[in-house]
Design a protein around this ligand. Structure first.
Ligand code: PMP
Ligand code: GLN
Length: 393
């Protein structure tokens, strides 16, 4: 199919299959090995037992749209109308698909941070849009505002942001976001911002302590920003695939215009339980963040201890290491050899960069990503396996 041609298959499926086939410790695909709160699991079971089993309304169960509205108000002081300004989607993935299919005309340019989450590439492609990547460069992965300005043209329709950022762990600062906002306002652009890791940011050395700032909170941005998030990361329920899009009615309406033909409506009982999670377990994501910060340090210290330069992420549950010192020029080859060499699976970061580049020009060719949303004993085991193995090229 022309629309799908040139979109590489998702690396996550391949790497998780490799982990299963080899029995390796899977630090590849990002999913926790401990489920979210028991009360939320119970709420889902109750919702099923008490009859929330037929189609929910297309835009989402009212209870969840109202809970998302309260969540945005409580955390960020943003108030949104649950009826017209919030839509429920099947994970953030469907919100991304809906936003791109609903807002990008063939030939429109989308400026996005590179490395980028792989579904952005696929959905820009399916929408007929044109990618304009702005590269976050190792080892700090900060946003280069001049590069952002240079990427914008009179064909640009949208800036697609992701903060906290997968795979680098960068949390954009209020200053960086302000600069993005200025560009968006100056060129009258829509900003779509993927904030699925909104609650997973770690204390840092800068003044804002790596706190997540939604760009929709900045002056002049509410009316041009579509914010996407989901339950999966904040509540360790990645398999539930309950997400949402929040923004002015015309942007949310565009997502729904596409969503009605993608899934029509998302899983009804899980929406009820997701509403319960947001309202009744508001402290849970903070506890997850605190425990993740310890696990981040365990993994990053362990990786550095075996000689791998590793960037400490400010948010998300991913850390990246530079493997060039081991003699590897190609992270893909390293990650394919790793299960056999060490019994560990990681994700090559090069696949999150523009596929049109040759390997030598891929800024992520020597980077690999490790997920630390795993139990401490699993992380310690992975580090031990890596320490014992011969990792040289
Ligand atoms: N965006 C980013 C940056 C992600 O890391 C993920 C995780 N898979 C998603 C979107 C998709 O979220 P969901 O599982 O809710 O579809
Ligand atoms: N967001 C997770 C990751 O980046 C899972 C992605 C997926 O399975 N599509 O690893």
């Amino acid at each position: 199919m022309a629309r799908l041609r040139g979109i590489p298959p998702t690396i996550f499926t391949e790497m998780s299959a490799l982990a299963l086939a080899t029995g390796a410790v899977n630090l590849g695909q990002g999913f926790p090995d401990v489920d979210g709160p028991a009360s939320v699991l119970e709420a889902a079971a109750t919702a099923m037992r008490t009859g929330a089993n037929q189609y929910a309304p297309g835009p989402g169960a009212p209870a969840l749209r109202e809970a998302v509205s309260r969540h945005q108000e409580r955390h960020y002081g943003l108030s949104w109308d649950p009826v017209s300004e919030i839509a429920v989607t099947t994970g953030a993935t469907e919100a991304i698909a809906g936003a791109l299919l609903g807002l990008v005309e063939p030939g429109d340019e989308v400026v996005l941070l590179e490395p980028y989450y792989d579904s952005y590439l696929a959905m820009i492609r399916m929408a007929g849009g044109v990618r304009r990547p702005v590269t976050l460069r190792a080892p700090d992965f900060r946003l280069d505002i001049e590069a952002l300005r240079a990427a914008v043209s009179d064909r640009t329709r949208m800036i697609l942001l992701n903060t906290p950022h997968n795979p680098t762990g960068t949390v954009l600062t209020a200053g960086e976001l302000q600069a993005v906002a200025e560009v968006a306002i100056e060129h009258d652009l829509i900003v779509v911002t993927d904030e699925v890791y909104e609650h997973l940011t770690f204390g840092g050395v800068d003044a804002q302590g790596n706190r997540h700032v939604p760009i929709a909170t900045l002056p002049g941005m509410r009316e041009r920003t579509l914010t996407l998030s989901s339950l999966g990361k904040s509540y360790s329920l990645t398999g539930w695939k309950v997400g949402w899009a929040v923004g002015p009615a015309h942007l949310v309406g565009a997502v729904l215009a596409a969503k009605q033909w993608l899934t029509f409506t998302s899983g009804a009982p899980l929406q009820v339980a997701a509403a319960y999670a947001l309202d009744a377990e508001p402290a849970w994501p903070g506890m997850l963040r605190d425990s993740l910060q310890e696990r981040r340090d365990l993994l990053c210290d362990g990786l550095r201890g075996i000689g791998l330069p590793t960037t400490t992420p400010q948010g998300t549950y991913f850390a990246t290491s530079d493997i060039s010192g081991l003699g590897w020029a190609d992270g893909n080859a390293f990650c394919r050899a790793l299960p056999e060499r060490a019994g560990v699976v990681a994700i090559p970061v090069q696949g999150f960069y523009d596929p049109d580049r040759v390997l030598a020009q891929n800024p992520g060719r020597h980077l690999v990503r490790w997920a630390f949303c795993k139990r401490p004993d699993v992380l310690a085991d992975a580090v031990e396996r890596l320490a014992r193995a011969d990792l040289s090229a």
